[in-house]
Write a protein that binds this ligand. Sequence first.
Ligand SMILES: [Fe+2]
Length: 263
Amino acid sequence: MASCYCNPFPSSSHLISTDFFRQFKTPKLLYMDKRRFDGSPRSSKVTSFYGLKTPPYKLDALEPYMSKKTIDMHWGEHHRNFIEGLNKQLEKDDILYGYTLDELVKVTYNNGNPLPEFNNAAEVWNHDFFWESMQPGGGEMPKLGLLQQIEKDFGSFTDFREKFIETALTLFGSGWVWLVLKREERRLAILKTSNAICPVVWDDIPIINLDLWEHAYYLDYKNDRAKYVNVFMDHLVSWDAAMGRLARAEAFVNLGEPKIPVA
Ligand SMILES: [Fe+2]
């Protein structure tokens, strides 16, 4: 396993310029190659690539509920492999260069006929989102507007919690469970997706996700998915992150009564 977890890249950035890359004298581990634009009198060359995003806490910060050993393996190996696999695929053909990761996931989903790059792209997206869906001291109850929206759409927080857990436990095989905001229906919903599928391909706005691949919980909980999901809800889920995501989503989805403009 790679021993370096001291990722020098800003966690918010997927596309990183080579100038930034060079100043750290980082080996050619992660890169996404080059694109030349010759439209101006002075040609400029832009090089960018997808980097491994770092969890927003120390790797032992979720103990005892998610061990450092699990995150070392899950983030340091599986997540890293998705990034490296994606960059390797993109090296071969420049038709997909220049997209944000969100765009790349949607484009490679290809209206339900996924391109070969889709699995890696979506798994990078899903894992980036997953690490930020947890926090040390997480769990318990959401607050304020998020709690009100959950109560409005699921009846009560208890009903929501039960439905989230039941959905996770009825997913066959590997995949993800999600709390999403449905744009058209203007309501929260719980979804499960198989393998790498990410709900942004259906234009849903993810609020929380939980990794249900065995690599996410086997070291800590063996094959006891129920225990893992309950621990996630009780001690790990970041309602702070969820509140921020819902607040940002409200820029695109009106969750209140439509306001009639005054002439
Ligand atoms: Fe995973």
